[in-house]
Design a protein around this ligand. Structure first.
Ligand code: DGL
Length: 278
């Protein structure tokens, strides 16, 4: 199976695109809802939580795990790849969502000015400006942290007047940094649920980019370039959902993100020996 991880529901927006573009594979989704949001947490905490989740996904039979979470990709991916994976053997791989996005984002801007909306953790890590500078040194990057957005979305309040207020506040603060921003990246996998509101505030001349389709295309390329990994993946079109919190809540809320039925089970990350039977 391909393991897909997020702190909560947000990665389901990525899983949705993955299953649209690459429906043949089996996917195991894990949402660490009990400990979400990750955005305000320290590097060390996000790293520990992410590593534990990745190890659990490995133990369930996923040789390839995608961190469908910008905060985990920004704060934990590199350490896991460089420090933890080499000691684990068995050719296990972990990918993130920041690299695939920064590789192509420069193609979307004509003004050369890009805005990033993300969690505080992702913004403070400076991962986006640093990665974009490697691929597009002439592009200027402006960032805005949106600390209220994930809690609003996780609590199903993203259609409320409160959400309108906080969306307007953050989008205006981003655009005040440069009137020439013509592309805004939703650098958090929860934010596609606010895309319409963001577009309304930003106006029709600003392109709003979400990551799902970008990440799906990048994964397809990765599997093409790594046939040894591609061959190890089951292709029965199965989708399994796990949450560290209440599965009933996860099913009701998760379907909004996934755009289809979600039937989840409870995951105990401290017990990797409990192997699920797909
Ligand atoms: N959806 C996640 C991201 O892309 C994390 C949100 C959070 O837990 O704060 O950053």
């Amino acid at each position: 199976m391909i393991g897909v991880f997020d702190s909560g529901y947000g990665g389901l927006t990525v899983l949705r695109s993955l299953t649209e573009r690459l429906p043949q594979y089996d996917y195991l989704y894990l949402g660490d809802n009990a400990r979400a949001p990750y955005g305000p947490r320290s590097f060390e905490t996000v790293y520990q939580y992410t590593l534990q989740s990745v190890q659990w996904l490995f133990s369930q039979g996923c040789p390839l795990v995608l961190l469908a979470c910008n905060t985990a990709s920004a704060k934990a991916l590199r350490t896991i790849q460089q420090r933890d994976l080499p000691g684990m053997g068995q050719d296990l791989r972990v990918l993130g969502v920041i690299r695939p996005t920064t590789e192509i984002i420069g193609q979307y801007t004509t003004s050369g000015k890009i805005g990033i909306l993300a969690t505080r953790g992702t913004v403070v890590s400076d991962s986006y400006p640093m990665e974009i500078a490697r691929f597009y040194p002439d592009v200027q990057v402006f960032q805005q942290a949106c600390p209220m957005w994930v809690p609003l979305i996780e609590n199903n309040q993203h259609h409320s007047p409160g959400a309108d207020y906080f969306v307007r506040q953050c989008v205006e603060q981003l655009l005040e940094q440069s009137p020439d921003i013509d592309t805004i990246l939703l650098g958090c996998t929860h934010y596609p649920l606010l895309q319409e509101k963001i577009q309304e505030v930003a106006g029709p001349n600003v392109r709003i980019l979400s990551q799902g389709a970008i990440v799906a295309e990048s994964l397809e390329n990765y599997l093409f370039r790594h046939p040894e990994m591609e061959k190890r993946l089951d292709k029965n079109g199965k989708r399994l959902f796990f949450t560290t919190d209440d599965p009933t809540d996860f099913d009701a809320h998760g379907s909004l993100f996934f755009g289809g039925e979600v039937k989840s089970h409870s995951a105990d990350l401290t017990d990797p020996s409990c192997v699920i039977q797909p």
